[in-house]
Design a binder for this molecule. Structure first.
Ligand SMILES: Cc1cc2nc3c(=O)[nH]c(=O)nc-3n(C[C@H](O)[C@H](O)[C@H](O)COP(=O)(O)OP(=O)(O)OC[C@H]3O[C@@H](n4cnc5c(N)ncnc54)[C@H](O)[C@@H]3O)c2cc1C
Length: 503
């Protein structure tokens, strides 16, 4: 079954997909926006807390901060694009088009927050729940747009292609599978949190876009650079992020003995780059049994009312300290794209967390992801609108195929997460990575046996997660240099990752 051809098919409704849809619609293209989410909370964008960074009067300093956080591995051309377009894109889309009410000071000018590894306050925010204040009006705006058709609860399960030309995607909604042909296709499917047992991402973050692109032969890069956020509260088993903005306000980290440990680790102490803080938190947690975020130096309730409420919902009294551990948070690598979001395949674009623009290199600076999604989304949507193709390609999936039991799917996700938690987490060893490769290749073979197009959505998600887990692990095994989020130790040291100790 086929739907009428659309000019631009966007897959995913986080900030990157919404910006791509807006960019294409502004060029006069017809846009089909397919998302497997059934509610805004299905996108990481909705959950974003700290805010969105802008360049203000110091673009060179902004670039320098991003590059330092990445240990000098970010791509200068990508940084130029991000920083030169930052303020205009935020002003145009978020403020003038959507009317996002960023927090202001008493004199009605914007209040800029500061987070770890930023040398100045440059982050626009709405309390500590910025994501939903951007995402909801953005979705509403495009829902009402006459050139945009929004298909919710609709998952892309494979790309349609003729050799290296991508011509749309195979979509599934309510167990019905159909072809959506398009002049250009934009992947905006977000992150890979579901590969780990502990993540800040929503449950559907199975890396589908990266898996589909890789299956089609498009290049991926920097897949070993999986960022773990240092301060995630898991007190009641339901993880929630405690924004870096809290440390920006002066909160400090203490181990079970009550000792502050970050000043001995890095000159910027709690405001060191994320990878450094995350490893130190994990080490102190392992060594002493607990790490607490001490917020007693300022009025936490008045400064972060949203986070105070969230703590309350999880039974935490912030005045006693907030227990934290690292958890998977963000993938710095992804599908290789140029400065307009174009992949190595004709007709295929990738934006947001599923894309590797080169901005983040080996480690992402806080509050640059929403910005990257916005800037690249607009640029990719604008270019995609001009990409014409009347070719109708095919999916590589068999139509039929037997379905596995629910028990198999649950157990397979457990095996996948165990391999990633234990061997491909915050700290890795060569032997651990070999073990993970072995486990994941066996699992992938078992899972791929069920990969017919008609399989339930969860099987396609499991298949994506296996493929992406292998990409991450293979990249990690090939890189023996510790840099940014990729930290390799001797085989003699225990290689468990962020997920292993908290279970
Ligand atoms: C708790 C939390 C706090 C954060 N705080 C900040 C912050 O303050 N500042 C900042 O810059 N960044 C922050 N980040 C990171 C940032 O939110 C994300 O990296 C960014 O929102 C990713 O946007 P995206 O559009 O690429 O993906 P997402 O927002 O994750 O959207 C992906 C979309 O793709 C859909 N999708 C996935 N697979 C398919 C498929 N097969 N078919 C159809 N649809 C599919 C999903 O349903 C979803 O709608 C935070 C992340 C989290 C989780």
């Amino acid at each position: 079954m086929s739907r009428p051809t659309t000019d631009v098919l966007v897959i995913g409704s986080g900030i990157a997909g919404l910006a791509a849809a807006l960019g294409a619609a502004r060029e006069g293209a017809s846009v089909t926006l397919a998302t497997k989410a059934t509610q805004p909370e299905g996108a990481s964008t909705w959950w974003a807390q700290g805010g969105i960074a802008v360049a203000r009067q110091a673009p060179e300093q902004f670039k320098e901060d991003i590059d330092v956080a990445s240990s000098g591995t970010s791509d200068p051309a990508a940084l130029d694009v991000l920083v030169q377009n930052a303020d205009a894109a935020v002003r145009d889309v978020l403020i003038d088009t959507l009317g996002v009410g960023f927090d202001t000071t008493d004199d009605a000018s914007f209040h800029f927050g500061r987070e770890a590894a930023h040398s100045e306050a440059r982050i626009l925010h709405v309390d500590a729940s910025t994501g939903r204040h951007i995402h909801e009006p953005f979705l509403a705006y495009l829902t009402d747009h006459d050139r945009v058709e929004l298909l919710e609860n609709t998952a892309a399960i494979d790309l349609l292609r003729a050799d290296e030309l991508v011509t749309g995607a195979l979509l599934e909604s309510d167990d019905t599978v159909f072809c959506q042909h398009a002049g250009a296709t934009v992947l905006a499917t977000g992150g890979i949190g579901a590969l780990y047992s502990r993540s800040t991402n929503p449950a559907g973050a199975t890396g589908d876009g990266i898996a589909m692109a890789a299956r089609a032969g498009a290049a991926t890069a920097d897949m070993e650079f999986v960022q773990f956020h240092p301060t995630v509260c898991v007190a009641d088993g339901d993880p929630f992020l405690v924004s870096e903005a809290v440390r920006g306000e002066g909160a400090v980290l203490r181990n079970a003995a009550g000792d502050r440990f970050m000043p001995a680790v890095h000159p910027d102490a709690e405001l060191a780059p994320r990878d450094v803080v995350a490893r130190a938190v994990q080490r102190e947690h392992d060594r002493t049994g607990e790490v607490m975020l001490d917020v007693s130096s300022f009025d936490f309730g008045a400064t972060f009312p949203d986070l105070t409420a969230l703590c309350g919902e999880h039974g935490i009294d912030p005045s006693q300290g907030i227990p934290v551990v690292p958890a998977e948070h963000f993938l710095c690598g992804g599908v290789v794209v140029n400065t307009n979001g174009r992949t190595t395949h004709d007709g295929l674009y990738a934006v947001g967390e599923c894309a590797r623009t080169g901005v983040h290199g080996a480690n992402r600076l806080a509050s640059t992801s929403l910005l990257e999604g916005l800037v690249w989304g607009l640029r990719a949507g604008t270019e995609a609108a001009e990409h014409e193709s009347t070719t109708r390609g095919d999916s590589s999936l068999e139509e039929a195929g037997s379905a596995p039991s629910e028990a198999f799917v649950g157990a397979a996700f457990d095996r996948l997460q165990r391999a990633m938690d234990e061997h491909v987490g915050l700290r890795r060893t060569p032997d651990g990575l070999v073990q993970a490769l072995d486990d994941l290749r066996t699992l992938k073979t078992e899972v791929d046996a069920f990969a017919g197009a008609a399989a339930p959505r969860v099987v396609h998600e499991l298949r994506s997660a296996c493929a992406v887990a292998l990409l991450v692990t293979e990249a990690a095994a090939e890189n023996d240099v510790s840099v940014g989020c990729h930290y390799v130790m001797d085989n003699s040291e225990p290689s468990h990752g962020a997920g292993a100790t908290a279970r």
